[in-house]
Design a protein. Structure first.
Lengths: 104, 295
């Protein structure tokens, strides 16, 4: 999928991926690829600014853990993040229905 | 990759703590997949800096607005509690009295206008991940002017109380000095947030929205000036029960508004500015997919 088309939805996709449970950056990206069957193969670096931005907005929080002797930042959805994800899902479903109705 | 990214983040003003966190996260990512496509270090650092600058500038504007609310509360409390206005010549110094009066009269109005405009712009752009460099600069100018004027107002309150220490009740002087001093901490916190936003280099090209981006069809400085002068005329005439007093104060307001507009109109983005003011009703240029400058 073209990067530009994905850009507007990246935050929603990250929130959705983290809804299943806490993940570190690499795992979140891998999960994004897995769920989209490789369609969302974006430059992986762009996910980190989005994770930081979502955390600043209070939709995620994060903490350091240790993994194989390295520091690893693990992100999880906050309560506000869950509410935001639910709102974005509703918005997306309405939009997708409308597009489908026109295209079909 | 890590070293180059570290250099780029430093060059763009990302602070040490944030930088170390980013580098540790990227190092962990590369340890998981040494062939990962993380993009160019320069572009990644620019994206971090741009987004951090946007959120820092917005936060500074809101912090400044909150601090100015406290200054306004201090000003209103002291003005409401003052039993009688002393004669200007009865204080320790007429010059000090004039300076205090100017600081309070002009400072409060400039702080209100600049602080409100900064907060309004920050609110309107709250969902933008990154802002054009010109937009960040305008937000920061508005915040800086608001903070400077707010500090002048707080100083004016304290100077006034000290100048008329023996002419007004002691409790009032103490109250004024304490409230003015209490306003310093939130103003300093806002100034710190403002300085943090300024440390970051923004690479996003594009123009800042003009006054119309703040108030739409109401963005008519002359009409606002006329309304302010008329409000002063009516308000002062009624409060002082004297049309002459009302006219005098309205004249002072007209001079202050004109001087303020001439001096601060362009830096605050009120007049047709070099950053490119859109016509009323037009979308903000910053909302029209700003682009990052190469390098």
């Amino acid at each position: 999928m073209a990067g530009d088309a994905l850009k507007g939805h990246l935050d929603s996709l990250i929130l959705a991926v983290l809804a299943a449970g806490p993940l570190h950056g690499y795992a979140a990206i891998e999960e994004l690829k897995r769920r989209s069957a490789g369609t969302f193969d974006l430059p992986e670096g762009t996910v980190y600014p989005a994770l930081h931005r979502l955390e600043r907005a209070g939709l995620l929080d994060s903490a350091w853990t240790q993994a194989e002797g390295r520091r690893r930042r693990v992100y999880r959805l906050t309560r506000a993040g869950r509410r935001e994800l639910a709102a974005r899902r509703r918005e997306w479903r309405g939009f997708a229905r409308a597009v489908e109705a026109v295209l079909a | 990759m890590i070293d180059e990214l570290g250099r780029e983040l430093t060059a763009r003003g990302v602070d040490r703590r944030r930088r170390e966190r980013i580098l540790d996260e990227i190092a962990d990512h590369l340890a998981c997949d040494p062939d990962a496509d993380l993009g160019e270090p320069r572009a990644l650092a620019a994206q971090f800096a741009d987004e951090l600058a946007a959120s820092a500038a917005r936060r500074a504007a809101w912090t400044a607005f909150a601090a100015l609310t406290l200054v306004a509360a201090a000003l209103l409390a002291t003005q409401a509690a003052l039993p009688a206005v002393p004669d200007i010549a009865s204080g320790r110094s007429v010059v000090l009295a004039a300076v205090a009066g100017l600081c309070v009269f002009a400072g409060a109005q400039v702080a209100f206008v600049a602080g409100s405009l900064a907060a309004l712009r920050a609110l309107r752009l709250r969902r933008e991940p990154a802002l054009a460099a010109a937009e960040v600069a305008l937000l920061r100018r508005r915040t800086a002017v608001a903070l400077g004027a707010g500090a002048a107002t707080a100083a004016g309150i304290a100077i006034y109380a000290l100048n008329f220490w023996d002419q007004v009740p002691r409790w009032w002087s103490l109250l004024s000095v304490v409230l003015a001093a209490a306003a310093v901490a939130p103003l300093a916190a806002a100034a710190l947030a403002h300085a943090r936003a300024g440390a970051l280099a923004v690479s996003v090209e594009g123009q800042a929205g003009g006054f119309a981006a703040d108030l739409g069809p109401l963005a008519r400085p002359r009409a606002i000036g006329v309304a302010a002068v008329a409000a002063m005329l009516v308000g002062a005439s009624l409060a002082e029960r004297s049309l002459v007093e009302g006219v005098e104060r309205a004249a002072v307001e007209a001079i202050a508004f004109t001087a303020g507009y001439l001096a601060l109109g362009r830096p605050l983005g009120l007049s047709s500015d070099p950053t490119g003011s859109p016509r009323p009703g037009a979308a903000s240029p910053s909302a029209r997919s700003p682009r990052r400058r190469p390098g």
